[in-house]
Design a protein around this ligand. Structure first.
Ligand code: FES
Length: 109
């Protein structure tokens, strides 16, 4: 099982060990971590925005154009921002570190 570390806006850390193959959004739901995910992973919002640790960001698959488009709407965008519903965590990503942005802005209106 891959280990994933979530870092909250206030600096607290939470380590979880989800089963392989879940997305960051699914993992957050499962472990009660506060990621909104308003569109349930259908790339129609940016409320699942997470900031990937720079050391890890290069190891993830490139974001799709649709993901980039939605990310442009995310509040507090950073160079390593991604949509949590688009990152699938497998054993290859064991040790992944992602930070939660301090605020999200819903694109669902
Ligand atoms: Fe809406 Fe990820 S949950 S884009």
């Amino acid at each position: 099982m891959p280990k994933v570390t979530f870092i909250y806006p206030d600096g607290r850390k939470r380590d979880v060990e989800p089963q392989s193959g879940l997305t960051i959004l699914e993992i957050a739901r499962k472990f009660d971590i506060d990621i909104e995910g308003a569109c349930e992973g259908s790339l129609a919002c940016s409320t699942c925005h997470v900031i990937v640790d720079p050391e890890w960001s290069e190891r993830l698959d490139e974001p799709s154009e649709d993901e980039e488009d939605m990310l442009d709407l995310a509040f507090g965008l950073t160079p390593t921002s991604r949509l949590g519903c688009q990152i699938t965590v497998t054993d290859d990503l064991d040790g992944l570190v992602v930070s939660l942005p301090s605020e999200t802005r819903s694109a669902m209106g």
